[in-house]
Design a protein around this ligand. Sequence first.
Ligand code: NDP
Ligand code: AOF
Ligand code: ZN
Length: 354
Amino acid sequence: MQEHERYIRRCLELAQLGIGAVSPNPMVGALLVHQGRIIAENYHRKFGGPHAEVLVIEEVLEKFGDGAMAVFSESTMYVSLEPCAHYGKTPPCAKLLAEYRIRRVVIACRDPFDQVNGRGIQLLKDAGIEVIEGVLSQKALWLNRRFATRVQYQRPYIILKWAQTADGFMAPADGTQQWITGEMAKQLVHRWRSEEDAVLVGARTALADNPRLTVREWRGKNPLRILIDKDLAVTTEANIYDNDADTIVFNAAKSDWVGGVKYIAVEDMDWYLPQKIAYQLYLMDIQSLIVEGGRKTLDLFLNAGLWDEARVFTSSDAWGTGIEAPVMHVASASNQAVGPDRLTVYHRNNNSDG
Ligand SMILES: NC(=O)C1=CN([C@@H]2O[C@H](COP(=O)(O)OP(=O)(O)OC[C@H]3O[C@@H](n4cnc5c(N)ncnc54)[C@H](OP(=O)(O)O)[C@@H]3O)[C@@H](O)[C@H]2O)C=CC1
Ligand SMILES: Nc1c(N[C@@H]2O[C@H](COP(=O)(O)O)[C@@H](O)[C@H]2O)[nH]c(=O)[nH]c1=O
Ligand SMILES: [Zn+2]
């Protein structure tokens, strides 16, 4: 069992390399072990591209040529997610593993996607392949929590993020911009942006901070930007409307598409707004969202129970006055230093294995 865990751990590491590039697909890592050695390993690298298992098989075919079939018959494939059983952008991996007569397949967790869940495993078993499942399954499910949230709850995985002072304020009382955290926190936030599909702010934040919401201090793609602006108070000269990334504007006035900007009119913004936004984003295949404030916008999602993680930076400054940051009522999952600041992470369902 320890040997299985060791290889699955490696699959999880490989899978994680696909973050920010494979959504709305899950992240998957796979490797093949022959006579106690890893002979090929790979991961799902890009949405629409080959699955991890396909890349591993291809590598073995290339390395071993005519001898590949003999190698497959003596090998174990380790994979972080149940091999797929459906025809999506690529043919089913479970079928491929059966065709190449892999001796044994070790799987971390089942695929929560209805069209696969258990079917990939059944397909392998029907082909006479030995299957071991459930190795580090909690870790594997946690890794693909964004994907699981989308397929199970028909909404994106929602991460709330804000910075606060030591005495719990997130903005000056007059709602102007005041930077709270240090350089390390900023870099980490840019990394987080590169990992998620979208980042959202409220109108007053867009007016006060004129944020770009792009990835500048890390390598990776810019997320889709989302603005809630009922009366279109933010002018198109604002940074959030620049050409660095696409932007969606939830508003009460119009639905339109102008270059990289999509205006989506929402009926009655005073009721169920976060639910309406979450469902619209789900329909657009947006699998994860960081809500970066301000206070009113964070409250919308908190009060609706529509959040999965909160990542809160706390500086050592005390202001004595200002707009109070939200107070969390769940136990923190982790707490660590990030430069001179502290990062506290909360999970709404306190059952992570992260
Ligand atoms: N420390 C941190 O991590 C962060 C701090 N901030 C700070 O938070 C503050 C903004 O937060 P908050 O005030 O809660 O707002 P939000 O950014 O959450 O914006 C949402 C609110 O903006 C209102 N609004 C829309 N247009 C206008 C307008 N023209 N003038 C005034 N209000 C408008 C909307 O009200 P309605 O729909 O009812 O009209 C809505 O309730 C800023 O000081 C910003 O710097 C922001 C993000 C992160
Ligand atoms: N003030 C504050 C934050 N503010 C957030 O960062 C946004 C600015 O993004 P950008 O223009 O891309 O650099 C801003 O609108 C708000 O959402 N973030 C933090 O980590 N720490 C801070 O002290
Ligand atoms: Zn597959």
